[in-house]
Design a protein. Structure first.
Length: 495
């Protein structure tokens, strides 16, 4: 069903509510969602609302109107009440079961007074509903949720950069015929409809809860140790591995990153490898760790072997990796399926990069270096077989071809446009019309071929050779480096 539109734009583009306009078409208002003319319906029986003069069904009008009204109120008043900080902590111990705690902390700050505020403000590759500055120049963000909550990737981005952010949930108001003044109270002053997306105290409180969890494990272990002897099989003390894992989990993420960078030999300031922060489309939220940390740690544990001295090929199965990740990061049993799915996607990506050979859920390591195997560009001809026994091994890569596939989910169109405009700046010299390109790309009704994409890029004033870098920057394709091995031609080429 379509929700009732309660807020609209008048002839001057000002925001008005249904209670402050003349009845019918005389209201002179348009829909903030579709721009269509509105009628003000102010009957005796039903709650007052706007409807489209054309009789059109407008899917987004009510939501857009509420969202817009909230943002305008924040910009106008530049004062927003803050919620307490709530940290939920949940771990499933393999022997002692579920440990669940929630901590609510009253923060000294009760309200943000913004010295300036902008709507739809750019934060990295994301858009903040409202971004502003406090008097001490701290940048802060207020997100307004009606239907769409802050994406997990964006939340991680903000946490990593320590940008404080709250989210105000207005979904319950979608049915209400409020005045702007009433809405202002919900947006600016209510203490119960908002929560923190990012707050620098979060990690500290999470560490406290982790310490409680460890104390709980220790207590449970000593209880178990005190059990009478006639128990058939007295459970063991927590193993060395359990203790090491608990210590690891207690480390701040920054320490884990530093450790990984040291192991991988990444210099200060060097970029973290893209293949160790693969955004998997399923299950990542079930692993209580940032994506680069769990992927980096898994890579180090199962694949990374810079010396390359070992004779035997290293093999492992998905369930080995699951067991290790589950212990290392404390994932809980009920989300086993999600964790496995995320790991399968990540390992599949590494296989496409040429690190692994994959056979169902069994993997063998082809390449133990930090970076994917060499990518000759332009493609080299088949290397002459070397006399060295290692080099003629069946598994030696002889050539790589750059491949790409459309991502299953694309970024929102406005985000895509920002990224495309950014890319234009980087591909200097190109008279690229990002708006036209994104508009056409997002209205394609069939999957465009490689040639079609290149033609489209050219039509929009871009460089055909840069087409895939552009698509990658926009976030609509992912690339893989497919390994071609010597010896066998595909059957259809052998005729
Ligand atoms: Zn509309």
């Amino acid at each position: 069903m379509h929700h009732r539109i309660v807020f609209a734009l008048d002839r001057q583009g000002r925001l008005v509510d249904i209670h402050s306009v003349p009845q019918g078409l005389a209201c002179g208002c348009v829909c903030p969602g579709c721009g269509g003319r509105l009628l003000a319906k102010q009957g005796q029986i039903r709650a007052w609302y706007f409807s489209h003069a054309s009789g059109a069904e407008c899917v987004s009008g009510a939501e857009t109107a509420l969202h817009l009204a909230a943002k305008r109120l924040i910009l106008e008043h530049r004062s927003v009440a803050l919620p307490p900080l709530v940290v939920n902590f949940r771990r499933l111990h393999p022997r002692f079961g579920l440990f669940e705690r929630s901590k609510t902390v009253e923060l000294p700050e009760k309200v943000w007074r913004l010295s300036e505020a902008r709507a739809e403000s750019r934060i990295g590759t994301y858009i903040a509903d409202v971004a502003g500055h406090l008097d001490d120049r701290t940048e802060v963000i207020v997100e307004v949720k009606v239907r769409h909550e802050v994406e997990p990737e964006k939340a991680k981005y903000l946490r990593a950069r320590r940008v404080p952010c709250i989210e105000i949930d207005l979904l319950p108001l979608l049915e209400e015929s409020l005045t702007l003044q009433e809405l202002a109270w919900h947006v600016l002053e209510s203490g119960t409809n908002r929560s923190w997306v990012s707050n620098s105290a979060y990690a500290e409180i999470e560490a406290e809860l982790l310490a409680e969890y460890q104390a709980w494990i220790a207590r449970k272990s000593s209880d178990v140790a005190g059990v009478p002897r006639h128990q058939p099989e007295p459970p063991k003390q927590p193993s060395k591995a359990d203790e090491a894992n608990a210590r690891y989990q207690a480390l701040p993420d920054e320490m884990k990153r530093l450790e990984l960078r040291t192991v991988l030999g990444l210099a200060n300031g060097a970029c973290w490898p893209r293949h160790l922060q693969v955004s998997v489309r399923e299950g990542a939220e079930a692993i209580p760790s940032p994506i680069d940390v769990w992927q980096g740690a898994t890579f180090v544990r199962f694949i990374y072997d810079p010396i390359g001295g070992r004779e035997e090929t290293k093999r492992f199965s998905l369930s080995h990796v699951y067991d290790w990740v589950s212990g290392r990061f404390g994932t809980s049993e009920p989300v086993r399926h999600q964790v496995s799915a995320a790991l399968r996607l990540f390992l599949g990506y590494l296989a496409k990069c040429g690190f692994l050979e994959r056979n169902g859920d069994a993997f063998s390591v082809l390449h133990g270096g930090l970076w994917p195997p060499a990518r000759p560009e332009p493609p080299v001809h088949l290397a002459k077989p070397s006399t060295s026994a290692r080099a003629v091994s069946k598994l030696t890569a002889v050539a790589l071809r750059r491949e790409w596939t459309w991502r299953e989910r694309w970024p929102l169109e406005d985000v895509a446009l920002l990224r495309a405009s950014d890319a234009t700046v980087r591909y200097a010299g190109a008279q690229f019309n990002a708006q036209l390109f994104v508009g056409m790309l997002y209205s394609m009704s069939i999957e465009p071929s490689e040639t079609a994409v290149k033609t489209l890029v050219t039509q929009c004033g871009g460089i055909a050779d840069a087409a895939f870098d552009l698509l990658k920057d926009i976030g609509v394709v992912e690339e893989s480096w497919r390994m071609l091995r010597g010896g066998v031609e595909p059957p259809w080429r052998c005729t």
